[in-house]
Design a protein around this ligand. Structure first.
Ligand code: TXA
Ligand code: MG
Length: 338
């Protein structure tokens, strides 16, 4: 990346324009976090509801106090250990933080991204960059500049090329309730890693009167265009038969190494990495390629339920809440040819 591009991107931000920024998780659609009109452009480009708050990306943790009114001791420790990195902290906001950025909430989400291009941009710009993932609302996050280009063309503004994202799953979001850390969104850093570092269990954001609002954690989200189902290893052959026998083209994200190749030309099988971190890195880009292949259904072999897989399982569960999936009952056993 040449300095000229960084300087030009910083100038775009100062002029109130949007810039697509690479991060280690996914690409973001950034704007000057102190410029309400610039921030409004993000919502317009994404088609995102106005009450969905944005993450403010900052250059280093010394910038925390400019945005957060209070910094619980655990938040300081987490910032010290995991920044720059894929951890977002939700903290009580300073009064000066724009309501456009916080979705009208009294907290602000902050993170220092671990990507050399965006760290240089933050330094050149000198302020905070508000940025959600650079995709249309509800769709898959982009893990390469190409994904953003394909989805938005020129309309997202200047795109800073930063190569493929090294995590490919969004940041872990932690908030605080009476100074106790609460997991608001599982993400690139597993909750087990955070708990081992802090020496305490993370609270979960269950239904309760003090529940923190995390738009993007309830709706169908992170979804491919093709309806997707997550199934157990045993159910997969039956479902594939059921779909392909009806002439439907199905794609499978397989975790079983002993699975035989596609049984019919209606089937596309992708052998997924066996480690959660590697699986997460490629997941969105494979789902995008399945969308482009014009499949009618994506089947996903259910990954393990351990904490390393928490973020992948969370995104798959949301992707599976696809509004277009018609009721498709499991076939009765007698329909299955031997
Ligand atoms: O890895 C990431 O986090 C990427 C990169 C670009 O940094 N960003 C990202 O942004 O995933 P977005 O907007 O797609 O998701 C941010 C999530 C949303 O679910 C939003 O509701 C939540 O963060 N959030 C932001 N501010 C919040 C706040 N004050 N309180 C609770 N949740 C908040
Ligand atoms: Mg997003």
């Amino acid at each position: 990346m040449i300095s000229r591009d960084i300087d030009r991107a910083a100038e775009h931000l100062r002029q109130g324009r949007t810039v697509v920024i690479p991060t280690e998780t996914v690409y973001g659609l950034g704007a000057d976090a102190t410029n309400a009109r610039a921030v409004e452009k993000i919502f317009a480009i994404k088609g995102r509801p106005k009450n969905h708050p944005l993450i403010v990306h900052i250059g280093d943790s010394s910038g925390l106090a400019a945005w957060a009114e209070e910094i619980p001791p655990a938040a300081r420790r987490l910032a010290g250990r995991f920044w720059p990195g894929p951890l977002t902290l939700v903290l009580p906001r300073r009064r000066s933080v724009l309501p456009e950025v916080t979705g009208g909430q009294n907290t602000v989400a902050l993170r220092v991204p671990d990507h050399p291009v965006t760290l240089r941009l933050l330094q050149a710009f000198g302020g905070g960059i508000a940025a959600p993932s650079a995709n249309r609302f509800g769709q898959l996050s982009p893990t390469s500049a190409r994904h953003v280009q394909d989805e938005f063309g020129e309309s997202a503004g200047m795109i800073l090329e930063g190569g493929p994202c090294s995590f490919g799953v969004e940041s872990t979001i932690v908030g605080f309730r009476e100074d106790k850390p609460v997991l608001l969104r599982p993400g690139a850093i597993s909750s087990g890693t955070i708990e081992a570092f802090l020496g305490v269990r993370l609270l979960r954001n269950g239904a309760g009167q003090n529940e923190m609002r995390v738009p993007g954690s309830t709706l169908s989200h992170y979804a491919p265009k093709t309806p997707l189902e997550v199934l157990s290893t045993d159910d997969i052959p039956y479902r594939l038969l059921y779909l392909t026998a009806r002439g439907q083209k199905a794609g499978l994200l397989s975790l079983s190494r002993d699975r035989k190749g596609p049984a019919s030309e209606k089937e596309t099988v992708f052998s997924m990495p066996m480690e959660a971190i590697d699986y997460g890195r490629v997941l969105y880009s494979i789902l995008r390629s399945f969308d482009r292949a014009g499949l009618e259904r994506i089947l996903v072999e259910s990954p393990p339920r351990t904490t390393e897989w928490e973020a992948v399982n969370d995104r798959l569960a949301r992707a599976a809440l696809h509004p277009l999936i018609p009721e498709c009952p499991a076939p009765p056993a007698r329909e299955i040819p031997r």
